[in-house]
Write a new protein. Structure first.
Length: 468
C-alpha cells in the first residue's frame, strides 16, 4: 500500500479513447482509455546512475488501458510510459480497480515501457533511493499513480462495446540488436561502440518479431474504424537521453499510427524481452543517441506494423482466463568484503559522472543484495489467455531475449505476447550462460543464475494449463 494520499485526493485528467466491437454471437467486448501521467518539471528522472531533474517535456506520458470481456469475464491490460512499475503500485492499483470495476485484481496486467526519460518512482530500489535528489516530489508523484491507473481502467471498462479482433506476427529486421558482443580479446563486451574493429560477432540473438493485436469496430470498412493496436516488440527505450520528459520510441510509434488511423486511435506498446537488446547498430556510423532517434525508430517500426496489417487474421474468440504463480528467486552471493568496498566506492563517486561505471554497477548491486538480508525475491508470473490463440505473459524485470525466445518456441498459443517489466521489476534477469560471460547486465542482476530459466518453466507451465 502506498501511503500518504487517498484515492479521492488525486486530480486526474483523462483523454478518452474509443469503443470497440465483436462479430455477433462470438462475443468479445473491448474498451480503451488513457490518463495523462506527465509529471511536473523538476522531478528526478529515472534510468541512470546519477541524479537529473526534468527541465522540459518533449511529449506527454500516459497510462493506457485496454479492457476486454468474453462471456462475462473481464481482464485489463495497462501500459505505462515509465521506466518500471513497483509491486506496491501494482497492488494498490489492482485493489482500486477491483473495487471500482469488479475486474479481479489477478486479471489486471500492469507493465511499463521502460522509457529512460520519465520520472523516478519511490520504492524502485536502493540505487534510486540513495541518489541525492528531492524525495518529496518523487513520493508525491508516486502516490498519484495507483489512482490514475485505476481511473484509466475504470473509464475503459465503462466504454466496453462489441469488437472484432485480428492478429498477426510481423517482423522488423535491422532495428533491435543484441548489445553484447564477443570481442577479439576473448571477452564479452557491452555496447562496445560503433564501428569497433575489435567486435567479432553478437554474443546472442535478437528478436525481430512484431506481435500485433488489432481491435476494430464490427464490420469495419477501413483504418478509421480501428480503435486500438497492441504492439509487442523487444527493444530498450533509451534513445533520447538528456533532461526532457519523453515516452521515447513507444510514444513516437503511437503518434505514427494515430497519423494513419486518426487521433482517437490508441497504441499500446508492450516491451518484450529486451534486457540485452537495444537500438544501437554498431556497423552503422551515424549517431543514435539524440531525440531524433525515437522518431526514426517510430517510423521504421511503424512501417513494419503497416506491412504486417496486410496479414491480419480474425481471432477465434473463446474463454478469457487468467492464472498467476509466485516464483522464489535466490539472491546472488555477496560477501561482507564486497559490501564494505561498495560503500567506499559509492561514497567516493556519487558526484563524479566520470567515475568507473562498472565499479558503480557492482557496488550498487552489492548494497542492494545485502539490504535484502538473505530474503529471496518472490515474483509473479501472470498469464492471461483468450481462447486458444492469444496469450499474454508477464515477466517481472529486464529479461534476456534468449529466455523470451524459449517461451515463444514452447508456447501452445500462436500469438504469445511477452510483457516485461510487468507488475513489478527486480532488474536484469539474464540467461544462465550470460552470468558466466559477465559484464554489465549479469553483474548488475539482483537475482542468481538460473532465475531466468525458472521463469521460463513457470510461464510455459501456465500457458500449457490454460490451453487445455
Amino acid at each position: 500500500m502506498i501511503k500518504g494520499k487517498t484515492m479521492r485526493s488525486v486530480g486526474i485528467r483523462f483523454v478518452l479513447l474509443g469503443l470497440l466491437a465483436a462479430p455477433g454471437a462470438a462475443g468479445v467486448r473491448v474498451g480503451v482509455a488513457v490518463t495523462d501521467i506527465t509529471p511536473s518539471l523538476g522531478i528526478q528522472m529515472a534510468g541512470y546512475y546519477h541524479a537529473r531533474g526534468a527541465e522540459g517535456v518533449l511529449d506527454p506520458l500516459f497510462s493506457k488501458a485496454l479492457v476486454m470481456e468474453s462471456d462475462g469475464v473481464r481482464a485489463a491490460f495497462v501500459v505505462l510510459d515509465l521506466i518500471s512499475v513497483t509491486r506496491a503500485i501494482t497492488d494498490e492499483a489492482r485493489a482500486a480497480i477491483e473495487r471500482e470495476t469488479g475486474i479481479p485484481g489477478d486479471h489486471v496486467m500492469i507493465s511499463a515501457t521502460h522509457a529512460h526519460t520519465g520520472p523516478e518512482l519511490s520504492g524502485r530500489g536502493k540505487r534510486s533511493d540513495d541518489q541525492d535528489a528531492p524525495k518529496s516530489v518523487v513520493a508525491a508523484y508516486t502516490d498519484t499513480l495507483p489512482a490514475k491507473i485505476a481511473a484509466s481502467v475504470r473509464v475503459a471498462n465503462d466504454r466496453l462495446e462489441p469488437a472484432q479482433l485480428r492478429a498477426t506476427r510481423g517482423h522488423c529486421e535491422g532495428l533491435t540488436f543484441n548489445r553484447r558482443y564477443f570481442m577479439r580479446d576473448g571477452t564479452v563486451g557491452w555496447n562496445p561502440g560503433k564501428l569497433n574493429p575489435n567486435i567479432v560477432m553478437p554474443a546472442g540473438p535478437s528478436d525481430s518479431e512484431v506481435g500485433i493485436l488489432y481491435v476494430e469496430k464490427p464490420s469495419a470498412r477501413g483504418p478509421a474504424e480501428a480503435v486500438a493496436t497492441y504492439v509487442n516488440f523487444a527493444m530498450h527505450p533509451d534513445t533520447c537521453g538528456g533532461n526532457q520528459i519523453s515516452a521515447d520510441w513507444p510514444g513516437a510509434l503511437s503518434r505514427m499510427l494515430a497519423g494513419y488511423h486518426g487521433s482517437n486511435h490508441l497504441t499500446l506498446v508492450a516491451n518484450g524481452t529486451c534486457g540485452n537488446l537495444n537500438h544501437f547498430d554498431t556497423s552503422w556510423g551515424w549517431p543514435q543517441n539524440t531525440g531524433a532517434e525515437g522518431h526514426r525508430i517510430g517510423t521504421v517500426l511503424g512501417a513494419a506494423v503497416f506491412q504486417a496489417y496486410k496479414q491480419l487474421q480474425p481471432v477465434a474468440i473463446g474463454p478469457l482466463r487468467a492464472r498467476s504463480q509466485i516464483v522464489e528467486l535466490a539472491l546472488p552471493e555477496v560477501t561482507g568484503a564486497q559490501v564494505e568496498e561498495a560503500k567506499q566506492t559509492l561514497a567516493a563517486t556519487k558526484d563524479d559522472r566520470g567515475a568507473n561505471f562498472m565499479r558503480q554497477v557492482r557496488s550498487s548491486r552489492a548494497l542492494s543484495v545485502a539490504a535484502r538480508e538473505g530474503e529471496p525475491h518472490r515474483v509473479e508470473v501472470q498469464v492471461i489467455t483468450l481462447g486458444r490463440e492469444l496469450a499474454w505473459v508477464s515477466l517481472p524485470g529486464e529479461v534476456f531475449v534468449e529466455l523470451g525466445l524459449a517461451i515463444k518456441k514452447r508456447s501452445p498459443f500462436p500469438h504469445t505476447y511477452l510483457v516485461t517489466l510487468a507488475n513489478e521489476n527486480i532488474g536484469y534477469i539474464p540467461d544462465r550462460r550470460s552470468y558466466a560471460e559477465g559484464n554489465y547486465e549479469p553483474e548488475s542482476a539482483r537475482c542468481a543464475a538460473g532465475s531466468g530459466e525458472m521463469l521460463v518453466e513457470t510461464a510455459v507451465s501456465l500457458l500449457t494449463q490454460l490451453h487445455k
